[in-house]
Design a protein around this ligand. Structure first.
Ligand SMILES: Cc1cc2nc3c(=O)[nH]c(=O)nc-3n(C[C@H](O)[C@H](O)[C@H](O)COP(=O)(O)OP(=O)(O)OC[C@H]3O[C@@H](n4cnc5c(N)ncnc54)[C@H](O)[C@@H]3O)c2cc1C
Length: 366
């Protein structure tokens, strides 16, 4: 019988972050089980955006805490993550959104974050090729940016392994084993690992792992596609990540080209809005595209915490903003598992909030 102090299910940015944050607190008798390859789920499909501009103040606090780790990531783990701190530019085309973003920017400023509210002309200074027809204003925060999500997962994994943690890829957890409402282990195709602590960080698969235990963790996968162009469409290297909030079309520089995306199922549906906002994008060839799951929760906020089964913890349902939150979430879950006082209390993200019809909706979902 194999044993471990804890088992983590899932080797995306969340699972590896929990592994790392346990390891740096001295908890290294831990096994991370990944069904496929590290970062092979939503993590490697993400655009890598790291933003502080959220409607829910707790999301801003989570990314602010995470930002501290992203900016020191290579120093902490030895792995570079290509963090480009170029800011986010939200483009707004109606007064209601403008009021909403203005209120959010004031909330961010109270936390010491220098989010600016801009007129259309000031927005164009960030990206000269933008067509701002119909735009009433914009917001910009220079602390935001983007990094490489799979490098973050690999960096956490390498650093945790160096401290003694174990990682097994290509090993799917078939079920979580319990006895009298307590975790006693996990079962995989190669056998059972006996443990009193399991952390579920299985992305869109979290629901099906939790359900047999009578624990409802509602995550729905929503397919999203990203397109990569091998030319820049005149977008400067240091341009911010730009989001046209009404259509959710967004783009940022990626290497010698651009990535762009939106919630649209078909490229034809996205291209009208894309070329209206950035006309030069019509002339650049799309070199490749990929898709992955946004892991949607019912209120578009994360579900993080302790399940009503002793020893079972979870982090799922990040609704398209999990990468940017992974450092703080991994830190919080490690503290929860070890019974330590949380550095940033995320108990209000417990999935308990849905009992009795409660929720806390995040509105700034891209
Ligand atoms: C197109 C797109 C763009 C995005 N852009 C951004 C962005 O700009 N910024 C941002 O913050 N977020 C973004 N996201 C969201 C982000 O990718 C996710 O929120 C984040 O990666 C979730 O990480 P995770 O570790 O929880 O899940 P995943 O990365 O999905 O990891 C879960 C892992 O669990 C494994 N697994 C599942 N079941 C089992 C099992 N039974 N046994 C063992 N292993 C199992 C899977 O193989 C997978 O590797 C984007 C997502 C997509 C799809």
């Amino acid at each position: 019988m194999q044993t471990a102090d804890a088992v983590i299910i899932g080797g995306g940015c969340m699972g590896t972050s929990v592994l790392y944050h346990l390891a740096v607190r001295g908890c290294t008798d831990v096994v991370l089980l990944e069904a496929d390859a590290l970062a092979s789920g939503s993590t490697s499909k993400a655009a890598g955006g790291i933003r502080l501009q959220h409607a829910d103040e707790l999301n801003t606090r989570v990314t602010l805490r995470s930002l501290e780790e992203f900016t020191r990531f290579e120093e902490l783990t030895g792995t570079p993550i290509g963090f480009k701190q170029v800011g986010y530019l939200f483009i707004l085309d109606n007064d209601a959104d403008m009021a909403f973003f203005r209120a959010a920017s004031e909330q961010q400023q109270r936390l010491g974050i220098p989010t600016e509210v801009l007129g259309p002309e000031a927005a164009r200074e960030h990206v000269p090729g933008l067509d701002l027809t119909g735009v009433v204003g914009a917001t910009f925060c220079p602390l935001e940016g983007y990094a490489t999500p799979e490098a973050v997962a690999q960096g956490y994994a390498v650093a945790a392994r160096a401290l003694g943690s174990r990682i097994r890829v290509g090993e799917r957890v078939i079920r979580i084993l319990t006895e009298k409402d307590r975790v006693i282990g996990v079962e995989t195709a190669t056998g059972v690992i006996s443990t009193e602590v399991v952390v579920m960080a299985a992305g869109v698969n979290s629901t099906e792992l939790a359900a047999p235990l009578g624990f409802e963790l509602p995550v729905i996968g929503e397919a999203r596609t990203i397109y990569f162009t091998s030319e820049t469409a005149g977008v400067p290297d240091d341009a911010p990540l730009v989001i046209d909030f009404t259509s959710a079309f967004y783009f940022h520089r990626e290497g010698n080209g651009l990535i762009f995306a939106g919630p649209h199922r078909e490229l034809e549906d996205l291209s009208g809005r894309a070329t209206a906002r950035l006309p030069a994008i019509a002339d650049v060839p799309i070199e490749r595209s990929w898709w992955g799951f946004y892991e949607m929760s019912p209120d578009h906020n994360a579900m993080i915490g302790r399940a009503p089964i002793e020893g079972l913890f979870y982090a799922a349902g990040f609704s398209g903003h999990g990468f940017m939150q992974s450092p703080a979430v991994g830190e919080y879950l490690a503290e929860l598992v070890l019974g330590l006082k949380p550095t940033l209390d995320l108990s209000s993200f417990s999935a308990d909030r849905f009992a009795g019809g409660g929720s806390r909706r995040e509105h700034f979902i891209i």
